[in-house]
Design a protein around this ligand. Structure first.
Ligand SMILES: Nc1nc2c([nH]c(=O)n2[C@H]2C[C@H](O)[C@@H](COP(=O)(O)OP(=O)(O)OP(=O)(O)O)O2)c(=O)[nH]1
Ligand SMILES: [Mg+2]
Length: 353
C-alpha cells in the first residue's frame, strides 16, 4: 500500500551562533515535541516560496537568504512526510511564536537536550555539522601536517579526518594525540582505525570496513567487536557537545559545531554502501568520486546528476568528495549534500600529492 507523502518545508534558522526551535502544539501530529519551524507545501507552490510563507506565518519573519540543508523521507506509523529542510542564515524581523507556540534560540550543542520527532535525528546532526570536511593528505613529516591544519583553521575549517595511509597504527596514535593536544577544540576530529578509537570525536570507516561491519550485523552504539546479529535499535542523535559551546560562540559566523565524541562516518561510493552506512547507524558519509581526482586518477567521476540521485536515496548528511573545492559548495548544496569533503581541494600548503 502506498500513501501520499506530505511535503513539508522546514528551516534550521541560524543567527549569532544560535538555532531557533519551536514547540509543536500538544494536539498536533508529534505534538509537544520540539521542531524546526515550517509546514506543509501547498500544491504547485515553489519550495523556497513555501518556506518563506510558512516562516512568515509561524514566526513573523521575512526570509532573505536560505539554501537546502537536508531532505528526508520518513514514515511514521500514521503519516509519511518529506522533510525538506533549508538553512536560513538571514531574515528581517524579530522571530517570535506568531501562533502562540514557545520558541527558543539554542546553541547547536544544546539541540540534543530537546525532544524532537524521530524523523529529526539526521536534521539535528546536519544542523551541527560544518559545510566542509577536510581530509588530510599524506604528509612526509608532522610539521607539514601542523602547518596545514593551522592554515585550515585560519580559513574557518572545523572538521578534519586525520588520514595518513602509510602510517603504522602506533605512530598514527601518537600523531593524533599530539595534534589534538595542539589544536584541541578547534576541530571535530574523525580518526581512522581498525576498531572504534578511544580518543577524538568520531570514527571514519573505509568502505571495506563498512561492508564488514554491516555483514557482522554491527550497529553504532553496540559493543565492539560485533557479536551475533541483533535486531536494530531505535536511532539516537549523536552526542555532539556541548563541550566547546563557548568557543563556538566566540567565533561568530564560524560554520560548524561544538565537537562531541560519538560520531560514526563512512566512505561510500554507491547506493549499496549508502544503504549499509544508514543501516549501521552512521551519522554522516562521504560519497565519491564526484569528479576525477589527482589522488585517484584511475577512478571516473559519477558526476553531479548521479550524486544528486544517490543523495536523494538516503536520510543522512552526505559530503561530496572527489575533485571538489569550496568553489563547488553551492553546487553541492543544490545536489542535496551537506557540503564537500576534500584532500587537495581543501588543503593549501604544498604537499607530495
Ligand atoms: N515543521 C516541522 N514538521 C516536522 C518536523 N519533524 C517532523 O516530523 N515534522 C512533521 C510533523 C507534521 O506531521 C509535519 C509538519 O506539519 P505541520 O503541522 O508543521 O504543518 P503546518 O505548519 O502546515 O500546519 P497545519 O496548517 O497543518 O496545522 O511534519 C520539524 O522539525 N518541523
Ligand atoms: Mg508547522
Amino acid at each position: 500500500m502506498t500513501r501520499t507523502r506530505i511535503h513539508v518545508m522546514a528551516a534550521v534558522i541560524r543567527r549569532s551562533g544560535r538555532i531557533l526551535i519551536a514547540q509543536r502544539p500538544k494536539a498536533a501530529h508529534q505534538g509537544g515535541l520540539w521542531e524546526f519551524p515550517g509546514g506543509k507545501l501547498d500544491a504547485g507552490e515553489d519550495r523556497y516560496e513555501g518556506l518563506k510563507r510558512e516562516l512568515e506565518e509561524e514566526l513573523g519573519i521575512e526570509v532573505t537568504s536560505a539554501r537546502p540543508l537536508i531532505d528526508i523521507d520518513h514514515d511514521y506509523p500514521d503519516k509519511s512526510v518529506r522533510l525538506d529542510v533549508w538553512l536560513v542564515d538571514d531574515f528581517n524581523g524579530e522571530a517570535h511564536g506568531a501562533e502562540g507556540q514557545p520558541v527558543q534560540w539554542v546553541l547547536p550543542g544544546e539541540l540534543r537536550l530537546y525532544d524532537f520527532p524521530q524523523a529529526n535525528v539526521p536534521i539535528v546532526t546536519a544542523a551541527q555539522l560544518p559545510e566542509s570536511y577536510l581530509i588530510t593528505p599524506d604528509c612526509e613529516d608532522s610539521s607539514t601536517l601542523v602547518a596545514g591544519l593551522d592554515d585550515a583553521r585560519k580559513r574557518g575549517l572545523t572538521m578534519v579526518q586525520l588520514r595518513q595511509t602509510a602510517m603504522q597504527p602506533a605512530k598514527y596514535e601518537q600523531l593524533t594525540t599530539r595534534l589534538m593536544q595542539s589544536f584541541g577544540d578547534d576541530f571535530i576530529w574523525l580518526l581512522k582505525a581498525a576498531t572504534p578509537p578511544a580518543s577524538g570525536d568520531g570514527w571514519h570507516v573505509t568502505a571495506s570496513q563498512l561492508r564488514e561491519l554491516h555483514r557482522a550485523g554491527w550497529r553504532k552504539g553496540e559493543p565492539f567487536p560485533a557479536g551475533p546479529p541483533v535486531p536494530p535499535r531505535s536511532v539516537q542523535a549523536p552526542n555532539l557537545g556541548p563541550r566547546s559551546a563557548p568557543e563556538w560562540e566566540r567565533l561568530p559566523g564560524r560554520e560548524g559545531a561544538p565537537a562531541g565524541n560519538n560520531l560514526l562516518a563512512a566512505s561510500c561510493h554507491d547506493a549499496e554502501e549508502l544503504r549499509m552506512a544508514a543501516e549501521i547507524g552512521a551519522d554522516f558519509v562521504t560519497l565519491s568520486p564526484v569528479l576525477p581526482t589527482t589522488s585517484h586518477p584511475e577512478a571516473k567521476g559519477m558526476g553531479w546528476e548521479e550524486a544528486r540521485n544517490l543523495i536523494a536515496q538516503v536520510n543522512i548528511p552526505v559530503y561530496l568528495l572527489g575533485g571538489l573545492s569550496t568553489d563547488n559548495l553551492e553546487q553541492a548544496f543544490q545536489a542535496g549534500a551537506q557540503g564537500i569533503a576534500g584532500i587537495s581541494g581543501l588543503w593549501k600548503p604544498k604537499t607530495d600529492l
